[in-house]
Ligand binder design. Sequence first.
Ligand SMILES: N[C@@H](CCC[C@H](N)C(=O)O)C(=O)O
Length: 323
Amino acid sequence: MPPALRLTQPKRLAVASAGSKRGMVRATATATSKVPFSKFQGCGNDFILIDNRTTEEPCVSPKQAAKLCDRNFGVGGDGVIFALPPVGDTEYTMRIYNSDGSEPEMCGNGIRCLAKFVSEIDNAPPGKCRVHTLAGVMVPEVRDDGLVTVDMGEPILVPADVPTTLRSDNGDDSAPAVRAPLTLPDGQTFAVTCVSMGNPHCIAFVDDEVYNKDGSVCFDLAGTGPQVEGNAAFPARTNAEFAKVRNRALIDMVVYERGAGPTLACGTGACATVVAGVLEGVCDRVCDVRLPGGTLSIEWRESDNRIYMTGPGDRVFGGELAL
Ligand SMILES: N[C@@H](CCC[C@H](N)C(=O)O)C(=O)O
């Protein structure tokens, strides 16, 4: 994980109002800032978005972000996302803090939300933009139907780069860790495949259903998730996905996110799950992933080795933070 930010921030933090303004005023980092925000969600993975394009660093500290994400004492969210000034040949930079204040490299649902957010505040028509992230340049395209397709780049499969200490069983250190045995502290063992989408994912295909008939989650995420997230096999911690193959074009998946716990969806996790499914030979390269909060369409394109993710990103409300 990148080191925590060294920002000195005022301690006071409150939601000043929940008005209908659409984040038209840019954030500044002065002691008495009223910082406009917009709340977005993509398949129920929800974020506080801030137009932070007047300063190079986020105007909210990791600690403040964790407080803002609190569902009782803050706005509530799975993370805080900042639209920062562009780097290189991009139009925007995206950074994100998880709800525990840690900083991940990438967020799939978040980048769809960011694409809708910036098209709203810049009054831009549907189309593509280039976004610099800690995981490289991503290219979201807001489509005419309101969905967003994102070119998520190529998956990272070399175990040391995921990073994981797990290895393939053929003795080749650079071969992907596919169906590697992972024994948890409570004695459960899973055959896991490790994939990075810029951020680390550990995917276990399971035999039992992960959803009840009514769509509620029946997999024991609270018990099992933390044992994978913090497992010594993952030096940067990991996101943990548990997936049940319905057919070659449809996977049910639940997730325990690094730094956020169980969430209703994870975009990078859905991409990583399809990559894992293809490597394990259980799904096609074009595959839908059903999550607790909705369905994402994923394609791992053979011609360019890149992953394309399509799904929603929708504004919920806006307001103003007093920082
Ligand atoms: N929900 C996100 C992933 C957010 C980052 C993740 N918790 C991590 O720490 O890697 C997504 O939609 O991809």
